[in-house]
Structures are given as structure tokens and as C-alpha cells.
Design a protein around this ligand. Structure first.
Ligand code: NDP
Length: 312
């Protein structure tokens, strides 16, 4: 098996990972970025990004991530289209093993593994995955042209997905478990103004049904109260937009994390509890989770790694 030694190993390739790659390569640290199984991260699954500074007209998510990638390559970052499967942070250089069993020895590591979509935990979600159940409207919305679909969630993501789907589908149900939306005012307004979006407040999905794919969902309104009632909605697509889980399982037991799995850093730095290991982006950010804040922490992680290498 191959064995490489690198000064800076960056695990993950969203705005945080690529920005860390840009900074570390400009500092002549020859970083290696392991892109993982979703190169570019979550933004490659979104449509238009309107709030990243520098793009007054907005930019498509995949295009922006490609630009960041090109920028990292331009200064000499090496990009591996692979996943790091296992790490050992007990001694330096750190041993990291990729999915093929190749070992990388890293003097510093920047963890920027991002987060993945959450599911409700219904067995029907598994049963119909790829058969009507999706966590990415922009990836799969196309299949539901002129059909009925549902989006679960009341945050900005759910509103964004519902709005996107409303341009394709005949009707979009937005299933919200509380009696209000958590999304920003501007997103709420856009959703409310869309004629083919119906918001089902106080509703939980308890099951899906259908012969060869999703044909409907079983909904409970006012669950557990006197007003509880159960009804079915007829849908072909069921989209989850209920938040994300940080991709930090391979670091469990080695890096400090909170109850949800977000890595804990020594603010205002990106230092983790292991000297020489830094964390950036959504995997360490339960609060802001924005592309621009992820890019900012990627920059800080690269500067922290550079300083660490100078001192050691
Ligand atoms: P959020 O955590 O903001 O919202 C998650 C939503 O899912 C909430 O409405 C929550 O309900 C609901 N939910 C969670 N678990 C369940 C469950 N088991 N059953 C039913 N509903 C559930 O996540 P988002 O992904 O929407 O947003 C994450 C961050 O990214 C936010 O800071 C958001 O502002 C930002 N963002 C910004 C965008 C933009 O600016 N263009 C676009 C997308 C996201 P409840 O309210 O009851 O907890």
C-alpha cells in the first residue's frame, strides 16, 4: 500500500476545505485535499446562492464550488477524489487511511467534513429511498414535473426546496411540525405567496405508502392532543429538509464533540483538543452553517496549521 507524508491534510471539500486548500497552498505547504464522496459538499446540491459576497447576481452552487476548487488547484493543492476512512490522532505525524487502505502521514490535519441531511427515521424512508424519497430537491426535483410532492421541515432549507419544487411540480405540501415556520422572513413570504404551496402546520409524517414507489404519506395533525387527526396526502415525491448531521463519526473517541457530533474548537481559533488537528466549516458549526462562514473558518484553519508547523 502507498504511504505519503504531507504537511497539511485537508479532509473534506466544501467551502471550508477548498478555502483551507487555497490558503495552505499559497503558503507553500503543499496541501492534499481528500474530496470525499460528495466533492464540493452540500452546495453542489443547491441551486442559486444569493448571499455569498462577490456575486451580486447570485451564482449556481456547483459553479461556485468548481471555482473554489480551481482556485485551490491553481496554487498547487493536490486533490484526491477519495474518502479518508480511518484516522489515528494518538501520535504525530497523524496516520490517516483512505478507502483503499492507502496510508497518509500528516503533520497537521484540517477536518472539514461538513454535514449530511437528516431523515425522520421512518422505515418507509429506507423502503422508498430512490423511489420517491429524497433529501435533495435540486437533484431529484426534475422527476416530479407536474406531480404532487411534499417537503418536510420549516427552516430556510425546507422553504428553499419547496420554492424550487413549486416551479416544477403541480402542488407542493410543506409539512411543518410546529405552528410556525422557523425560516427567515423573506423565505416565509416567498413561500406564502406561492399559490401551489400548501403549508400543513402542526403535522408529522408517520408513514409512506405506494406500490412501486411513493404514492402518498400518512399525516398526523396535532399529534397527542385532543384535536389529533390522521389523514393521507397523495404525493409522488417526499423530500426531507429537517437539518443536518455533522460528518464526524470517524473522529469519535479522538476529537471532542458535542452531543450532536459537532467538533469542539478553542474559539476564536480552529484548534481541536488534539494539537495539530484543526476543524473548519459545518462539521464544527452548529450555529451559522453558511458557505461564507465555512470559507472563513477554512482560512483560519489553514493559518492555524501554518503557525503550528512554524512552531514545531
Ligand atoms: P434548521 O435547523 O434551520 O431547520 C430544520 C427544520 O426542520 C425546522 O423547522 C425543524 O422544526 C424541522 N425538523 C427537525 N427535525 C424534525 C423532525 N424530526 N420532524 C419534523 N420536522 C423536523 O435547518 P435548515 O437546514 O433549514 O437550515 C440550517 C441553517 O442554514 C440555518 O441557519 C438556515 O438559516 C441556513 N440556510 C440559509 C439559507 C439561505 O440563506 N439561503 C438556505 C438554507 C439554509 P422545528 O422548527 O420544530 O425545530
Amino acid at each position: 500500500m502507498e504511504k505519503n507524508t504531507v504537511k497539511v491534510l485537508i479532509i473534506g471539500s466544501g467551502p471550508a476545505g477548498y478555502t483551507a486548500g487555497i490558503y495552505a497552498s499559497r503558503a507553500n505547504l503543499n496541501p492534499v485535499i481528500y474530496e470525499g464522496n460528495q466533492p464540493g459538499g452540500q452546495l453542489t446540491q443547491t441551486t442559486e446562492i444569493e448571499n455569498f459576497p462577490g456575486y451580486p447576481e447570485g451564482i449556481q452552487g456547483p459553479e461556485m464550488m468548481d471555482q473554489l476548487r480551481q482556485q485551490a488547484l491553481r496554487f498547487g493543492a493536490r486533490i484526491e477524489s477519495k474518502t479518508i476512512a480511518r484516522v489515528d490522532f494518538s501520535s504525530r505525524p497523524f496516520l490517516c487511511v483512505d478507502e483503499d487502505g492507502n496510508e497518509v502521514l500528516a503533520e497537521t490535519v484540517i477536518v472539514s467534513t461538513g454535514a449530511s441531511a437528516r431523515y425522520l427515521g421512518l422505515s418507509d424512508e429506507e423502503k422508498y429511498r430512490g423511489l420517491g424519497v429524497s433529501a435533495c430537491a435540486t437533484c431529484d426535483g426534475f422527476f416530479y414535473r407536474k406531480k404532487n410532492v411534499a417537503v418536510v421541515g420549516g427552516g430556510d432549507t425546507a422553504c428553499e426546496e419547496a420554492l424550487y419544487l413549486s416551479t416544477l411540480a403541480k402542488k407542493v405540501y410543506l409539512i411543518v411540525r410546529k405552528d410556525y415556520l422557523r425560516a427567515s422572513e423573506v423565505m416565509q413570504k416567498r413561500v406564502r405567496e406561492k399559490e401551489n404551496i400548501e403549508i400543513l402546520f402542526n403535522c408529522n409524517t408517520v408513514g409512506l405508502f405506494g406500490e412501486d414507489g411513493v404514492e402518498g404519506a400518512k399525516i398526523v395533525e396535532h399529534k397527542g392532543t385532543e384535536r389529533e387527526q390522521i389523514f393521507d396526502i397523495s404525493i409522488d415525491g417526499f423530500f426531507l429538509a429537517i437539518g443536518h448531521k455533522p460528518n464526524t463519526d470517524i473522529f469519535r473517541g479522538q476529537l471532542d464533540m458535542d452531543a450532536e457530533g459537532y467538533l469542539i474548537t478553542a474559539a476564536p481559533t480552529t484548534r481541536t483538543n488534539v494539537e495539530g488537528v484543526f476543524a473548519a466549516g459545518d462539521c464544527a458549526d452548529p450555529i451559522y452553517r453558511q458557505a461564507v462562514s465555512a470559507a472563513g473558518t477554512g482560512c483560519r484553519a489553514a493559518l492555524d496549521a501554518e503557525r503550528f508547523l512554524m512552531e514545531h
